[in-house]
Design a protein around this ligand. Structure first.
Ligand code: CMP
Length: 327
């Protein structure tokens, strides 16, 4: 008799085992019941969202890295609403993306042919300038960064051009070199402008990281220039790097009180998008009145918090510099 293992079973049991090892629950059966119920609910939610064509999440633009200016008439009612990352549902992935079975948690032989788009010196300079503050690139080593830069290609856009459409499969990650780009999220058939990229920033990472449809529509409102990175290179280098980052920062992120109530998978998504910023003694991190575009976790050092004329010192352990992790 030949036994055929149903597709998805190994992954399903592996996922459960990992959660058991992480949480060490006293009641394995109860834990299993909760775990699989949550998994099924997430799958059903994702299926429902897919049926409505497009991912159903909304909120502030992420990593827009814009200059903080608001467009008149923009709908800011929900500006404090939480951004919900897409549910990672390993058991209900879209077929077209599943074919690229890259698992960043496993060490893999790097045998993929490299993607290289030749560039002039002038293009390379512009590209380096555009990429210098991109958080997802911050933790790459020299070799990885140079492979990423080699693989990037220039894309010029015209006003009203849709760079990304919500609900599509993810093809590229984009870094803004110049131009303005509006971010629209459609919910209940109502497109809403939730933010804008203003001459810098990056977008298009979510669909590539989590194998989900595009979560927003990005429309150029001026002429502009973008640098694209193909899906395969993004996953091969950025996700592989993130897998290492997850291991390195698991304990650190667990120790942050604000994030304690999150699920492990949610904390890992935070690790995916944090990047290190090192500050010199006396350097200003944020100014009162600034638009809130990042959340900082102090990894080591001390930060001083000043509100108008009052001031107090907030001490943190280790070192005198203040490298912070920013989202
Ligand atoms: P992705 O889903 O791949 O494609 C659309 C991109 O828009 C998304 O990745 C994010 O990079 C970006 N984006 C910015 N703000 C939002 C938002 N509020 N919701 C979803 N995506 C957003």
């Amino acid at each position: 008799m030949s036994i055929e293992i149903p597709p998805g079973l190994t992954e399903l049991l592996q996922g459960y085992t990992v959660e058991v090892l992480r949480h060490r629950p006293p009641d394995l059966l109860g834990f299993a019941a909760d775990y699989f119920t949550r998994l099924r609910d997430a799958r059903d939610q994702e299926a429902a969202a897919g049926a409505r064509k497009g991912v159903n999440f909304d909120g502030e633009p992420m990593q827009t890295e814009s200059n903080g200016e608001e467009e008149p008439g923009r709908d800011d009612e929900d500006s404090d609403s939480d951004f919900e990352p897409p549910v990672i549902n390993r058991f209900n992935r879209r077929v077209s993306v599943c074919a690229e079975a890259f698992n960043p948690d496993e060490e893999e032989e790097d045998t993929e042919p490299r993607v290289v788009h030749p560039k002039t010196d002038e293009q390379r300079c512009r590209l380096q300038e555009a990429c210098k503050d991109i958080l997802l690139f911050k933790n790459l080593d020299q070799e990885q960064l140079s492979q990423v830069l080699d693989a990037m290609f220039e894309r010029k856009v015209k006003p009203q051009e849709h760079v990304i459409d919500q609900g599509d499969d993810g093809d590229n990650f984009y870094v803004v070199e110049r131009g303005l780009y509006d971010i629209f999220v459609t919910r209940d058939s109502q497109p809403r402008c939730v933010g804008r990229y203003d001459n810098h920033g990056s977008f298009g990472e979510l669909a590539l990281m989590y194998n989900t449809p595009r979560a927003a529509t990005i429309v150029a409102t001026t002429e502009g220039a973008l640098w694209g990175l193909d899906r395969v290179t993004f996953r091969r280098i950025i996700l592989k790097n993130n897998a290492k980052k997850r291991k390195t920062f698991e304990l650190f992120i667990e120790s942050v009180p604000l994030l304690k109530s999150l699920e492990v998978s949610e904390r890992m998504k935070i690790v995916d998008v944090i990047g290190e910023k090192v500050y010199r003694d006396g350097e200003r991190i944020i100014s009162q009145g600034d638009k809130a575009d990042s959340f900082y976790i102090v990894e080591s050092g001390e930060v001083k918090i000043l509100i108008k004329s009052k001031s107090w010192m907030c001490k943190h352990s280790r070192g005198c510099l203040a490298p912070a992790w920013t989202l």
